[in-house]
Design a protein around this ligand. Structure first.
Ligand SMILES: [Fe+2]
Length: 364
């Protein structure tokens, strides 16, 4: 009425393949903690071109009410403030990866939240994933109480939007639902993954993001190794880096290749838990400063985005780390900044105070 501006924002189109771009990644964020707010503020200060959320987007159960309380007010705060968050969502394209907390597990009493699976209501992500049937295999198996209303709201996004891929600049991103209800050994799913990565053969960078890391040195979630089974597929199509959350810590692997033992897949398909053993090749010559060409895939865990940290005493006990782990920082909240410029990648891990925790350069 009085001509005053009541809302202002700006957005940017996606970068083309020849432009440098900055991507921020974090996981396990929206717990409502002060750390989540400080991390969000620091992400805003990095001025990213896009953000990838590595699962466990919203605690505790991926409910619409939790998005309203713990997600939108912080990642879309009106002002950038370490105690509040930052106005990210209104101007920075953000994509989400399904974590275990996002698929509304039953609580201890067996209740189903009526506003669960809000991932499928609030996000609009590419719809180019494998065909899946609602309530069929490889989909979230816990149905909300108001199932038909949920399906009406989600439309074709459920269950298709759990897996997808997209291009950002010179990078191809493949996003997978790594929850235990998905069997990535099933031929139809594997065929989709293979065709997606094959189509990306001309991209300079191929990245895969999913929630449950296959290579983890923390005591917490150590048995959650089933995503290791996809390593040969990632290697076949020359994926350079894989990003996960789930473990509330930062971990960086040596560049590695991994060949699961015969029978490992059959074992893990039944239980979805337990160790997936196999043969490793670790590239110890890669140092990320002078020796920047990697033989193998670098696996990153960036799950220290706001929810309570895991096994914080393990940082000082490298004898408890797996041989593939190069860096482990569990005693601080942190997020990942990825700078891509042609065939050069620089990655920084920053803390909630903005201080650097790790850095390396990867070139082709
Ligand atoms: Fe998780």
């Amino acid at each position: 009425m009085d001509g005053k501006t009541i809302f202002q924002s700006e957005g940017h189109g996606p970068k083309n393949a020849s432009q440098p771009q900055r991507i921020v990644l974090y996981g396990d964020g929206a717990s409502g903690s002060l750390h989540q707010k400080a991390i969000t503020f620091q992400i805003g200060a990095q001025n990213p071109d896009s953000v990838v959320v590595l699962g466990d987007i919203v605690y505790d159960r991926g409910r619409a009410s939790e998005y309203l309380g713990r997600y939108f007010p912080i990642y879309n705060a009106d002002v950038a403030d370490p105690a509040l968050g930052a106005p990210l969502l209104r101007s920075v394209p953000t994509v989400g990866v399904l974590g275990n907390h996002d698929v509304a597990p039953l609580n201890a009493r067996g209740d189903r939240p009526s506003d669960g699976l809000a991932y499928y209501l609030y996000w609009n992500l590419p719809m180019n994933g494998p065909e899946l049937q609602a309530a069929g295999p490889n989909t979230p198996m816990i149905q909300p109480m108001f199932w038909s209303q949920f399906l009406q709201g989600a439309g074709p996004r459920f269950p298709k939007m759990g897996n997808y891929s997209f291009e950002l600049g010179n990078a191809h991103w493949t996003v997978l639902d790594s929850n235990p209800y998905v069997n990535w050994e099933e031929p139809a799913l594997k065929a989709w993954l293979e065709s997606d990565l094959r189509r990306a053969s001309k991209a300079t960078w191929r990245f895969v993001a999913f929630h449950h890391p296959g290579f983890n040195s923390s005591i917490a979630h150590f048995q959650d190794q089933w995503m290791r089974l996809l390593s040969p597929t990632f290697e076949k199509y020359r994926v350079q880096m894989v990003f996960s959350g789930h473990v509330h810590a930062y971990q960086r692997s040596l560049p590695l290749t991994f060949k699961p033992d015969a029978g490992a897949a059959a074992k893990i398909t039944q239980s979805r838990e337990g160790e997936v053993n196999g043969g490793f090749n670790l590239d110890r010559a890669f140092d990320g400063t002078k020796a920047t060409k990697a033989k193998g895939i670098i696996y990153i865990i960036s799950g220290a985005g706001g929810a309570e940290l895991y096994n914080t005493k393990q940082d000082d006990k490298p004898e408890t780390w797996q041989a593939f782990t190069k860096v482990m920082v569990s005693d601080r909240y942190s997020f990942t900044v990825l700078d891509l410029k042609g065939k050069r990648l620089e990655m920084h891990q920053l803390g909630e105070d903005g201080k650097e925790i790790d850095r390396f350069i990867l070139t082709q």
